[in-house]
Design a protein. Structure first.
Length: 387
């Protein structure tokens, strides 16, 4: 139950285990082409240009920066935690003049503060983290993307902890890059960097003054390959991770079958019910309100007087693996639970019941069943309209 790698569907793992074919075998070309088409559906970006490359979410972040940012460009980084700061580090490597707007822990950056920055400086691009996995805070990308358009600035969304779990409408919202890694809500073992670039992003890249500083990330190397696979033609730049791509096709088809709207609703309802359960057990959350709480993970403080590592160790004995804190300044005072991808109410019931027992054993004053009752009530209220 960590926020990635998640639990994968058996069909996806089965696809991973198939005999590895040639990267130019007709059936593999078909799988790759299908992945490109299905990514556009999941990203809601019929006009976007997908890229599928061996690597991790960080490579997808790096690829967007390498191709779109040149020395001395101004870039605004909007940070809601650890991964916002990582984006600043990446962009600094390309010689940009970077400004970071950092939210307090558990909060989002004020829209007015973003607009003031954009108005006062000619930014080429801004970055934002949809869900910062270190805090569980979710940013609403739409108004920020609209502001970016108003000031002729590219918008780059780190969707590593949101794509295929949270609502994203890349084209409607006008976001220029939406990127992720495979191991989260997209539902494929770690190893794929996935990115969709808008037409405008491709134009900005085509009009660069200098060549791209990273050989592996350069879209000049990848775009002809991606286009060839989409047209079902063999091609080669770097050997694609054949098994991961076949697994991606399998997972994207599962996502397509569920439907993105239903999938987002499932994530939303389970997240709300889970937090109702945790609240009944007297947990406080890092995000300051429900409105900015992610549907893909929850970050909660350990209750006062409860030894965090003892709590996680007890859950681990029940086979439930949770993640500790990630923000250096608060690392030992909170923990994180992932609930994305194939997650079901049964998974969350298992977490809540194990947590209840562990808390009681550690002397925390809660009653067995309190968290579960709140969870059940919240789900029933939503599903049966019982008040
Ligand atoms: N951004 C966010 C929001 C993430 O959660 C992560 C991974 N936890 C990354 C970027 C980096 O992804 P990766 O570990 O796959 O490089």
């Amino acid at each position: 139950m960590i926020p990635g790698p998640i639990e994968f569907e058996p069909e996806v793992l089965h696809a991973m285990g198939r005999a590895t074919s040639s990267h130019v075998a007709p059936d593999f070309i078909e799988s790759f082409g299908t992945c490109i088409e299905l990514m556009r559906e999941v990203w809601r970006s019929p006009k976007g240009q997908p890229f599928i490359v061996a690597g991790t979410g960080t490579l997808a972040m790096d690829m967007a920066a390498a191709n779109l940012i040149e020395k001395d460009d101004r870039v605004l980084v909007i940070s809601t935690g650890y991964f916002g700061k990582r984006y600043k580090d990446i962009i600094d490597r390309y010689g940009a003049k970077t400004t970071i707007l950092e939210a307090n822990v558990g909060e989002v950056v004020d829209l007015d503060a973003i607009e003031i920055e954009l108005k006062n400086n000619a930014y080429k691009a801004l970055t934002l983290t949809h869900v910062d996995t270190s805090t569980g805070v979710r940013v609403d990308p739409e108004p920020i993307a609209k502001l970016a358009q108003k000031y002729n600035c590219l918008s780059i969304l780190d969707g590593v902890c949101s794509v295929a779990g949270e609502e994203i409408k890349q084209d409607d919202w006008g976001i220029d890059v939406v990127l992720t890694g495979s191991q989260k809500a997209i539902g494929v073992p770690p190893g794929l960097a996935l990115l969709v670039a808008s037409e405008k992003a491709i134009q900005v890249w085509e009009n660069r003054k200098t060549s791209v500083g990273s050989y592996y990330s350069d879209w000049n190397n990848w775009l002809p390959i991606i286009k060839a696979y989409e047209e079902r033609r063999p091609s080669y730049f770097g050997t694609p991770p054949v098994n991961l791509i076949v697994a991606l096709e399998t997972s994207l088809k599962i996502i397509q079958k569920e439907g993105m709207e239903t999938r987002v609703k499932r994530h939303r309802e389970l997240a709300r019910a889970f937090r109702a359960g945790l609240a009944a057990l007297k947990f406080d959350f890092l995000p300051k309100s429900n409105e900015i709480s992610a549907n893909t993970l929850t970050a909660a403080y350990y209750p006062e007087g409860v030894d965090g590592s003892a709590l996680l160790a007890k859950l681990s004995k029940d086979g439930i693996i949770l993640a500790g804190g990630l923000l250096p300044e608060l690392k030992t005072s909170y923990f994180r639970i992932g609930h994305m991808g194939s997650v079901s109410s049964n998974d969350l019931i298992a977490v809540l019941s194990s947590l209840e027992r562990a808390l009681i054993e550690l002397g925390h004053p809660v009653k067995a069943g309190e968290g579960l009752q709140a969870f059940q009530h919240e789900l029933l209220t939503k599903n049966l309209a019982i008040v």
